[in-house]
Design a protein around this ligand. Structure first.
Ligand code: NAD
Length: 493
């Protein structure tokens, strides 16, 4: 419970303010809103309710920094900021993990692991920023005519992020900006703003000049104002497909560059020849990790007919044995759903699954016993008898819910795996390299994991096909999306 853990000093004091330029300011609305611990319903803190006027102030601060001191930073000086930032985040691992855990409910042991991933990402971008380069290009004019490309930062980046990994998402948007020389106005999610605010504070401490990183907390209206603001050059969005579509429309007025990391309904395919022990553990973790609140969760579990019944029972059993609990308890393996609103969404899909004719193999209910009474807990759930066309098999539930589907052959399962509007990720479990390659090539998704699920590295691009979005995060493509390419022509005598 919140009351039984030692709270980080950061959480004491009054409501958290907006970071605009070098200053921590109240929202012009003068209003605040609470952010709650989903394990207990207790208030963790209060956030400033930013609106379009605050977004405007933040964009102006970001523009001034972009054209001012930040533009004179050499790549190696930006690298130094990122390396210092990585050290600061690493030193504060326990506090940052605990704040994420208190606010959005990820089990504390997992939050500590995520901070380590963030540190690795910051150090990656610190190095990658030194590798940016243009090209000398051949042309068909006489020898004196030279052409080459220059890479330049796009300018002010509006970053809008979801709540399911607040620190990770904030770092994932801000680090490439620091590496390339862009500036940022970050609009974190209403249920996950505390670590993004703290991270921005650490950016200042690491030497980013005022205005390079600005944070405006608030609801969707603040994100909408950022998306249509003419002073913003690029929007980098992570969140739901529906919000992404609104942002694309809003950004059209000033023709912004846009990258979209959206939702998924990812297939996870298990062939009978796979290492089934590894596949059982991997398939359960592919959905139950972070309580299923992961965009790339392997929620459509396709299992080859011959091993289907036994396999599904084993996955369900992993779910039954998971220790569901208050997320600050180091023994907890499955924490709560982030908010009451999301809890209602997930439980409505649990009811819908039964109405559609699916069979509950395990879970299927909200958990309210004992210490779980005041939190948003849902039992890890496995549905069988699922048809491809059911809504539970097509729509993103964003909770610990697996839809299990049997299949007979490779061509059939690949066609069914692709039969969704999403295309974020996929898993394939087999010992047969030929089968694996056929699946890798034909599955329409931005990531394919073979004999594992959900592995990520800052050097490997991640992103969507189809309605899971466009643009890639991770790797040099991520940096490229924060850069413009200028073609240069020089005539010499
Ligand atoms: P959401 O789309 O409801 O909200 C995301 C952010 O957008 C929040 O900060 C929100 O305040 C803001 N927002 C809301 N309305 C807006 C508007 N009209 N204009 C601009 N901004 C607006 O998503 P969520 O519920 O916070 O997060 C869950 C979703 O995020 C899931 O669909 C999940 O799959 C997706 N997600 C995708 C990835 C990825 O990398 N592909 C990663 C994590 C989460």
């Amino acid at each position: 419970m919140t009351s039984s853990v030692k709270l980080p000093a950061y959480l004491s004091g009054g409501p958290k303010k907006l970071l605009i330029g070098a200053e921590w300011l109240e929202a012009l609305s003068g209003e605040t809103f609470p952010t709650l611990n989903p394990s207990t319903g207790e208030t963790v803190g209060h956030l400033a309710l930013g609106d379009a006027r605050d977004i405007d102030r933040a964009v102006k601060a970001a523009r001034a920094a972009f054209e001012g001191p930040w533009s004179r930073f050499k790549p190696s000086e930006r690298q130094r900021v990122l390396l210092r930032l990585a050290d600061l985040v690493e030193q504060q691992t326990q506090d940052l993990a605990l704040i994420d855990t208190l606010e959005m409910g990820r089990p504390i042991s997992d939050s500590v692991r995520v901070v380590a991933i963030v540190v690795r990402g910051l150090r990656y971008f610190a190095g990658a920023g030194l590798c940016i380069h243009g090209k000398t290009l051949l042309n068909s004019y006489p020898m004196e005519e030279q052409s080459y490309t220059l890479k330049e930062p796009v300018g002010v980046v509006g970053a809008i992020i979801p709540w399911n990994g607040p620190l990770f998402s904030a770092a994932w948007k801000i680090a490439p900006a620091l590496a390339t020389g862009c500036t940022v106005v970050l609009k974190p999610a209403e249920d996950g703003s505390l670590t993004p605010l703290r991270f921005a504070e650490l950016c200042l401490e690491a030497g980013a000049p005022p205005g390079v990183v600005n944070v405006v907390t608030g609801f969707g209206a603040a994100g909408a104002a950022l998306s249509e603001h003419p002073g913003v050059d690029k929007i980098s969005f992570t969140g739901s497909c529906e919000t992404g579509q609104k942002i694309i429309r809003a950004s059209a007025g000033s023709v912004k560059k846009v990258t979209m990391e959206l939702g998924g309904k990812s297939p996870n395919i298990v062939f009978a020849d796979a290492d089934l022990d590894a596949a059982v553990a991997g398939s359960a973790n592919a959905v139950f990790s972070n309580c299923g609140q992961v965009c790339s969760a392997g929620t459509r579990l396709f299992v080859e007919r011959g091993v289907y019944d036994e396999f599904i029972e084993r996955v369900a059993d992993v779910g039954r044995r998971l220790r569901v609990g208050i997320s600050t308890d180091p023994a907890t393996q499955l924490g709560p759903i982030v908010s009451q609103r999301q809890l209602e969404r997930v439980t409505s899909y649990l009811r819908l699954g039964v109405e559609e004719g699916a069979r509950v193999v395990s879970g299927g209910t909200r958990l309210t016993e004992g210490a779980l009474a005041k939190g948003n807990f849902v039992a890890p759930t496995v549905f069988s008898n699922v048809q491809d066309t059911m809504r539970i098999a097509q729509e993103e539930i964003f909770g610990p819910v697996i839809c299990a589907l049997p299949f007979e052959g490779v061509d059939e399962v690949i066609a069914r795996a692709n039969d969704t509007r999403f295309g974020l990720a996929a898993g394939v479990w087999t010992r047969d390299i030929t089968k694996a390659h056929r699946a890798i090539k034909r599955i329409r998704a931005g990531s394919v994991w073979v004999n594992q699920y959900q592995v990520m590295d800052p050097n490997v691009p991640f992103g969507g096909y189809k309605m899971s979005g466009y643009g890639r995060e991770g790797g040099m493509e991520h940096l490229e999306s924060y850069l413009n390419t200028k073609g240069v022509w020089i005539r010499t005598e």
